[in-house]
Design a protein around this ligand. Structure first.
Ligand SMILES: Cc1cc2nc3c(=O)[nH]c(=O)nc-3n(C[C@H](O)[C@H](O)[C@H](O)COP(=O)(O)OP(=O)(O)OC[C@H]3O[C@@H](n4cnc5c(N)ncnc54)[C@H](O)[C@@H]3O)c2cc1C
Length: 205
């Protein structure tokens, strides 16, 4: 499990397919099968440079993610994937919120006071005033941590990584993208090493 931010994480729950699935599917185009690591690596590099990405859909990953709501909101814009998130209609919100690294002094005191106050109001509204959780949650901050499962195929994951590793992406989501790349490179080393090389070539920064 990769621990991220002050209280988040990303963890690979399960996966299938990996390099061999992408190679198998791609080689169907040429009526062939795996030709050994060197030839397969060249094939993968060719697929990525040519944008022939459907073979990477044969590998699939499910991640367990804990991240602030504002990061999840950016994440969920990636439509090519499946999500199941903890519901604040059904579950009581936990006092667990994002604190940026390096925040100190008065700014930290103000940050904590505001978040603590929001949670205190939420708890009061639910327990003393009988508000439904689904309504009371609207007083909570967007730095509240949420948890979701994300199932994504290799091609959609590469799209996510290309966009969210980029220097234009917000740092808080970039660190998740980097942790995910570090995880999947161990699962499908040929594909994601080639992806890293192609990405470096296309870097806009
Ligand atoms: C740095 C950055 C800043 C951003 N800022 C904003 C912002 O200010 N406001 C905002 O609203 N969004 C913003 N976004 C979100 C962005 O517009 C995309 O929604 C998000 O990055 C998901 O990318 P995607 O559509 O490629 O991914 P996915 O939704 O996973 O789609 C993958 C691919 O499938 C195809 N696809 C999916 N759905 C369709 C469709 N309906 N029609 C055609 N092709 C489709 C496309 O080829 C797409 O690239 C930002 C993203 C980044 C990285």
């Amino acid at each position: 499990m990769a621990k991220l931010l002050n209280n988040g994480y990303v963890n690979l729950v399960e996966s299938m397919g990996h390099d061999q699935a992408a190679i198998r599917n791609a080689r169907r185009c040429w009526r062939s099968e795996s030709k050994g690591e060197d030839a397969d690596t060249k094939l993968i590099q060719h697929l990525l440079r040519a944008g022939h990405k459907t073979p990477f859909e044969a590998m699939v990953f499910t991640f367990d993610v804990k991240t602030p709501l504002f990061v999840a909101r950016q994440w969920f814009r990636h439509r090519m994937g499946s999500y199941n998130e903890e519901s604040l209609r059904y579950c009581v919100a936990l006092k667990d919120y994002y604190i940026p690294e390096g925040l100190e002094g008065q700014a930290l005191t103000l940050w904590k006071a505001h978040n603590d106050q929001a949670f205190a109001v939420y708890e009061q509204l639910v327990s003393q005033h009988g508000l439904q959780k689904e309504q009371a949650r609207s007083v909570l901050p967007v730095g509240l941590y949420t948890k979701f499962y994300w199932t994504v195929n290799g091609s959609a994951l590469m799209n996510f990584l290309a966009l969210r590793l980029d220097s234009h992406a917000q740092q808080e989501i970039r660190c998740y993208a980097q942790a995910i790349l570090d995880i999947v490179i161990l699962q499908a080393p040929i594909s994601f090493t080639a992806f890293k090389e192609v990405m470096a070539f296309a870097d806009r920064s």
